[in-house]
Design a protein around this ligand. Sequence first.
Ligand code: AMP
Ligand code: ZN
Length: 431
Amino acid sequence: MYWNSELETIDRKSLQELQLARLNRALEAASRTSYYKKFFEDAGVDVSKVKTLEHLQDLPFTVKNDLRLSYPDGMVAVPKRDIVRMHASSGTTGKSTVIYYTRHDLDEWAGIVARGIVATGTTADDVFQNMMGYGLFTGGLGLHYGAEKVGCFVIPASSGNTLKQIQFFQDFGTTVIHITPSYSLHLVEVIREQGIDPHSLTLKKAYLGAEPYSEATRDRIQDLYGIQAYNSYGLSEMNGPGVAFECIHKNGMHLWEDFYIAEIIDPVTGKQLPDGEEGELVLTHINREAMPVIRYRTRDLTRFIPGPCPCGRTHRRIERIKGRTDDMMILGGVNVFPSQIETVLMNTPEVGNNYQLILERVSNLDKLHIRVELNSSMFHGDLKELDALRKKIGEQLRALITINPRIELLEPGSLPPSMGKAQRVIDNRKI
Ligand code: AMP
Ligand code: ZN
């Protein structure tokens, strides 16, 4: 089932023609903005020379800092009266980055979100409880309007207020939730503490996104709730959620290429990589009037999955995000991503649902300290058992990523629960 069968199954040649037409329109709009006008001039590029999709590679990258430098409205391409909404990124450091939308932009955005929702089999018969934060963050309102377009019964619950969320599940018969993976792992514990069997609820599906997580975490969430979980990817610079979404086959996320031109680059050289190789995702928004963003370096690492998807959608799929380039840790010369450690932890049944990675520098060497909660059925304090478990996790980490961290096993509930995006890595290194 498709939301927009014509665009979702468009043949590649027509798709590329559409991309080029939209790219030219976006470049023209960008050149009208005060920020990009100077940006292109400084780089010595003439965007009117972009005649093919390959020419895009001649243009400079936009990075997060460009959005900060253009604050508050240096990248706006339309008269103020045409703007109907803004969002701002969650950035904890520096100035926030602001994103603008016209009526057209919001409508189109809701349309691709609807595509993703429908691709997972959700219909107007579903009750959709949206547990992502509403407000400046795009997670809440982004999925909200897409789900309304599909005709779902939408509960704009936002994040937090865990007991109320559970009450809503029961009172309104929620079938689909949108939630961060880390919050879903906390929520399921609270459901159990309330004496409710999560499998007895009406839930059928979860859309998980907004933060990196491993396949092992998806499996765990599916088992704990007895539901199907689908990966959903997006970032505020590219509207918010809905950029790429899994279909029922759950084999990578279809990236809506009539909205975004995607490139995978080597994060060090900045050069495009051959199809199927892993690198940094770079996106050009070609369907937003208010704020075109050209060749944006997402810092997210992924690759294109080769070959067609059995669902018939022609938009290419990206693999689960491995991590962000800035989250990579170098431990004893080995590159390690938090998601690799998470895979080991979440595949260990004795391990609970929450963990933290603490980085320290001892005598000029990076040291990793893993604090992980135990599963409540496991926590009876038998020291021998705990020692054996610590050893088992240590061996698996060594086998997989040749690191030897300090592992601290904690009582369930000792780490701060996540209500939105989890902060997994705490960097105490003084560099
Ligand atoms: P924000 O700009 O606050 O919307 O955050 C966007 C960032 O969240 C992305 O660049 C990713 O790093 C991360 N993110 C969003 N969705 C996912 C996902 N499904 N898997 C991994 N990371 C994600
Ligand atoms: Zn598919």
